[in-house]
Design a protein around this ligand. Structure first.
Ligand code: BTN
Length: 227
């Protein structure tokens, strides 16, 4: 059992925006979105048939770690398809993005953490993308939005309990088992520059550890690409 209260909508601008008006432990689900939001100010194509959900939690200083708890939970939920996670939280199948996570905070009292999850179930986005994309259906998994939402919530709640009771290390270890490009040469694209190096793990605050030719760097935001 999990403590979440479910709210369903046919159409919203963005489940993350609506979630900001809701209370901790509410979950907002929309069949489609008009202004689905992606990371770094990008758009998230949101046709009916894919999953769009946002989980509301009380705000915590450990908010960034929820990005790892959530991506781990999604990966575990679709484990049968051998997913990978591309830092910080893209869900990949055979190197193609099938899901993404957008964390936001709402700083009006009571402060909240909003965890938005988008999974391509039936449709692969058609627009111009930074990465190759796919959907669950094209990888042989037929599942309804509501079944996938419930499975994700169950796994997410179990991981939240592990995190609250034992800290980040177990989550980090399991996350690293799904990590794409670990120990390999990657390129980190930041708004102002690019850096190449070996992806050497995660720091305890979730920063990516990048070993460049000259020093160890810690990356807290950006996009990574396998080389
Ligand atoms: C990414 O860019 O990878 C993150 C995508 C997050 C999309 C989800 S869909 C549900 C929630 N509502 C939004 O507007 N965005 C997130």
């Amino acid at each position: 059992m999990h403590p979440f209260k479910y709210y369903a909508f046919d159409l919203l601008e963005s489940t993350n925006e609506t979630a900001k008006e809701f209370a901790p432990y509410d979950v907002i689900h929309a069949l489609s979105q008009i202004k689905g939001k992606g990371r770094m100010g990008r758009q998230w194509e949101s046709p009916k048939g894919n999953l769009f959900m946002s989980i509301v939690l009380p705000y915590t200083k450990e908010a960034p770690l929820y990005s790892f708890i959530t991506s781990l939970s999604v990966a575990q939920t679709i484990q049968s398809l051998s997913p990978c996670i591309k830092w910080p939280n893209d869900i990949l199948l055979n190197g193609q993005k099938v899901g993404g996570i957008l964390l936001e905070t709402s700083l009006n009292e009571p402060q909240k953490l909003i965890i938005g999850i988008g999974i391509n179930i039936e449709h692969t986005p058609k627009g111009k993308m930074l990465y190759p994309v796919t959907c669950l259906k094209d990888n042989g998994l037929s599942i309804s939005c509501i079944d996938l939402l419930n499975e994700i919530l169950k796994t997410f709640y179990q991981n939240v309990i592990i995190f609250e009771q034992t800290g980040f290390s177990k989550i980090k270890q399991q996350w690293l088992n799904f990590a794409s490009g670990l120990g390999q040469q990657i390129c980190v694209k930041l708004p102002q520059k690019e850096m190449n190096g070996i992806f050497n793990g995660l720091r305890d605050d979730g920063a990516l550890i990048l070993q460049t030719r000259t020093k160890q760097q810690f990356i807290t935001a950006g996009d990574i690409f396998m080389i």
